[in-house]
Design a protein around this ligand. Structure first.
Ligand code: ZN
Length: 236
């Protein structure tokens, strides 16, 4: 059975802009959506005054979370497949140039991404294919290099689109990497590889896990913070 919902958008309490959804729930919850909007879910019996009282109580939590959200998304860019747009590869930014005569749909040549103009409507797919193809090669090389240092055995290596993560592994040692990894600098890619290989020993983020990472990459925290600050900008 569907719950009956009343929703109100563009609400404002002091300087907090929010949207409100009221339903047959028993408690109130407040969260920051992926687009940075504040959403309040409240029981249908609550009056607006009561809801405003809750917002007042949660005020500092909301501010802290909004600031964190802005921090994470400051670097987020919407890329267009037009001449002059920049695309990262191995930590460097390369300009895109649309060209009319070229055999391949997309290639990286003399410091530029060259894309066939008649294929630019499929720009996102072309770039994903490019990162995946380059990724399989490079990530395999790095896995081969680091696995003996951690003393682990691995299975298949795949480069694909993952949900909200850079890499994942399975209990049998298969390794999956997001194609976005190829946008990051080489040292950061190495960290992502080592992090995932260390999970084959410790399937958690325990001190023992970080100790394993630290043995192979003593300066790994630099790469963790690089990903935290630049991760959002690594997208198409
Ligand atoms: Zn992890």
């Amino acid at each position: 059975m569907r719950q009956e919902v009343r929703s109100f958008i563009n609400m404002k309490y002091k300087d907090i802009k929010f949207s409100l959804k009221q339903s047959k729930r028993k408690t109130t919850s407040i969260f920051i959506e992926r687009d940075g909007c504040v959403t309040v879910l409240a029981p249908e019996t609550y009056s607006l005054t009561k809801i405003e009282g809750i917002l007042e109580e949660k005020r500092s939590w909301i501010y802290r979370n909004l600031a964190e959200w802005e921090d994470l998304n400051r670097t987020k860019i919407e890329r267009e497949f037009v001449s002059g747009e920049g695309f990262p590869y191995l930590g460097c930014n390369y300009r895109l140039k649309l060209v009319d005569e070229q055999q391949e749909s997309l290639l990286l040549k003399s410091g530029c991404f060259l894309m066939r103009r008649d294929k630019s409507q499929y720009g996102a797919d072309l770039f994903k294919d490019f990162y995946k193809k380059k990724g399989v090669e490079r990530l395999r090389n790095r896995v081969v290099y680091f696995a003996p240092k951690l003393g682990v055995k691995y299975g298949a290596i795949r480069v694909l689109e993952l949900q909200h993560r850079w890499a994942s592994c399975t209990p049998v040692g298969d390794l999956n990497f997001h194609w976005k990894c190829m946008m990051a600098p080489l040292a950061v890619i190495d960290y992502i590889v080592v992090h995932e290989l260390a999970h084959l020993r410790h399937p958690n983020h325990s001190p023992a896990f970080w100790n394993e990472v630290d043995k192979v990459l003593p300066n790994y925290s630099k790469h963790v913070s690089w990903l935290r600050h630049n991760g959002a900008g690594m997208d198409l």
